[in-house]
Write a protein that binds this ligand. Structure first.
Ligand SMILES: [Zn+2]
Ligand SMILES: [Zn+2]
Length: 339
């Protein structure tokens, strides 16, 4: 068993390709993971298109990885083979840049990302530095846990640091890969949860996920509706459309915050007066570290939060990726490399 199957990108914009490779051996401070599940994230397009600065090819994508430690390199004191672990967007940090010296590892100046900085989870095995590992509770399956390491942690960690308190109105803009988890987290954190999406048909799903209110943005003016509800203390923007974000700012309460986690390409437009008069703000949030991943998994088990997923075997990774990019997946796509 010295060979493995992996799916790689040979150069920017070339198709995902199933290849055979040597199973890599972990160096010092590294572990090897036998991958059980890897979520397919919209950010995998950085690897497919070459849009991320400094990317080197060939590269195996994938940064929502769950698997079992099957080899441990030198100088890894705490982790043992057989442990089930996860690796998310936070794939390692340098330890000596100004952010790291403050203990703020997710903003590390040279932070590593699996599937971008090194080969990720679209493979039967992968290597990771030990500081990127999260421990996975036994109550959750690997396929369910995988999307929680990017879509999950991003919404969970943004909400828990948002300043909103139990009972406050929190709106989640968009019910997709991120939003369907954001609605569940917001409801289980005790917020008056308002889900916002396009079309009446998403209403029953939003309620099933725990939303107390559903706003169909194609039928009503979202900002006016939120104002009728007293204004949102936080609007978690999970969509990738900047115009939809611009349209909700006036639905924020006094001191309300538009919290952006959807990577829209276009600028958000906002009236300065709208920000000034009600002390509103706009900020972003970058997922979290491996210990935040661990917290996300634990909270999900505690609150019975799970992603809705579609699974594909490794040799169908191109179809899995296309399915995710089509926007039609309900709601996260997961590859299972060793089944
Ligand atoms: Zn991601
Ligand atoms: Zn650093």
């Amino acid at each position: 068993m010295s060979r493995m199957k992996a799916v790689q990108v040979d150069k920017p914009n070339s198709p995902l390709q199933l290849v055979e490779r040597e199973i890599p051996a972990p160096g010092p401070r590294q572990v090897r993971i036998k991958v059980e599940a890897c979520g397919v994230c919209h950010s995998d397009m950085f690897t497919v298109t070459g849009a991320y600065p400094g990317l080197q090819y060939p590269r195996v994508p994938g940064h929502e990885v769950i698997g079992t430690l099957d080899a441990v390199g030198a100088d890894v004191p705490e982790w043992k083979t057989g442990a089930r672990v996860g690796v998310g967007w936070h794939g390692g940090h340098c330890g000596h840049c100004p952010s790291c010296r403050r203990g703020d590892f997710i903003t590390c100046a040279t932070g590593q990302i699996p599937g971008i900085s090194y080969d990720g989870g679209y493979a039967q095995y992968m290597l990771a530095p030990f500081e990127a590992l999260a421990s996975v509770p036994q109550e959750i399956s690997s396929a369910d846990a995988a999307p929680l390491l990017c879509a999950g942690i991003t919404t969970f960690n943004a909400l828990r640091h948002s300043g909103a308190q139990a009972g406050d109105t929190v709106a989640v803009l968009g019910i997709g890969g991120l939003g369907h988890l954001g609605v569940q987290f917001a409801a289980k954190m005790g917020f008056h949860t308002v889900a916002i999406a396009r079309g009446a048909d998403k209403g029953p799903l939003a309620k099933k996920l725990g939303a107390h209110e559903y706003v169909d943005s194609t039928a009503v003016n979202v900002a006016e509706r939120l104002t009728e509800l007293g204004g949102a203390r936080v609007i978690l923007a999970t969509v990738t459309d900047a115009k939809s974000m611009s349209a909700v700012v006036n639905g924020l309460s006094v001191d309300g915050k538009l919290l952006v986690v959807g990577a829209a390409a276009e600028p958000i437009e906002v009236s300065p007066l709208s920000l000034i008069l009600a002390r509103r703000s706009i900020s972003g949030w970058p997922s979290g570290t491996s210990s935040d991943s661990q917290d996300t998994l634990r909270f999900s088990v505690l609150s019975q939060i799970r992603p809705m997923i579609e699974t594909f075997p490794l040799d169908q990774a191109p179809q899995a990726y296309a399915r995710m990019m089509s926007g039609k997946a309900r709601f996260r796509v997961v590859i299972t490399p060793n089944t």
